[in-house]
Design a protein around this ligand. Sequence first.
Ligand code: SF4
Length: 418
Amino acid sequence: MVAVAMEKMPRCAYLHIPFCRRRCYYCDFPVSVVGDRKHGDNSGTIQKYVDTLCREIQATPATGVPLQTVFFGGGTPSLLSLAQVTQILETLKAAFGIEPDAEISMEIDPGTFDRQQLEGFLQRGINRFSLGVQAFQDPLLQVSGRSHSVADIHTAIQLIHTTGISNFSIDLMAGLPHQTLADWKETLHRAIATQATHISVYDLIVEPKTPFARYYQSNTAPLPPEATTVEMYRQTCAQLTAAGYQHYEISNYAKPGYQCLHNRAYWENQPYYGFGMGATSYLYRRRLTRGRTLKAYKTWVQNWENHNVELPPPDSLQDQLLETVMLGLRLAEGISLPDIAQKFGEEVPKAICRSLQTDGWHHWVELTTADNQLLSLPDDPCHPLPENATHLRLQDPEGFLLSNSILASLFRHLSVPA
Ligand code: SF4
């Protein structure tokens, strides 16, 4: 018997700020290139976009539950002026309310802010910053089309420290063209030296229709071979955990108490608002995506205001199960077996484990108890699961490295009982 769960209310809002000084060669995000001219209040394009974004927020029905996290992502949100950040936050507050202790994050890029601006962001309530670094070697930044140098990174870090910001994250990218294992070790070493409280590490994916897709082929020189990128992943795990970071998600590391609450909501498959060009929201089990160009987004907002947007059908229970497993297995603690049983049926946790055992993946997963004791998954699918097992997780790092294959195998077998 499948329990009917109470609909969860969204407590998180993502705001897409789609402006960048130039487009990085690997990027397929919905962004609009504004070059190096003046930004913020001086840019009519950005102001018009902010006005449209605020109209979208105002036209979105509130639930009465204030926001616990807000995330300014991009693009390059640090191209916004202080007045524009204030305008957006005030609109959000008026529409939904923001908890006094909310996590309010902003992605910032080296070379796009000064001390006055950082202080202004802090005064307006931004309390977590995420700096787009990617690499600590100028040739790698250049080959990736980044708009900043290593010197700009050091200036940005210095500004962060002198402004008194302690809660900041650094984004790094592994698997860049010409990147060696030695480069990668140096990048990790220098990232740790910044005293960032959080480090995100993404593997390069060569996306179609990007300049990288024209220049390179996956796993072919000058891209590092798979054996090197696998070693980079292991090295990341070893170096960052030795420096006191917890590997709490497949690509994310945090000092104790500094996990990103906003992103956790995605991995826990919680509902969230998404505002802005190309953004997706997940409300009432419906994923709704906005237009990916400024023009298409503007038209979308007009239609939204006129109640003229066709809503997609809600996720089926089967979709929800697959999403819950796919996202939950990204987390270090993995998926909660009692929660899955309650939502999708008593048999489902057993079916998940049986499928892993049958396909031989049981060596790369672990069961844990409520007090985090480790249990192993028996080899034999007919063997009953330990009764005190509460979570199923991928091993770190070897299970995480195989996550795509493990998930593909799980997805072939999993279904919600009728
Ligand atoms: S700064 Fe980020 S969003 Fe902008 S083009 Fe580069 S990767 Fe894409």
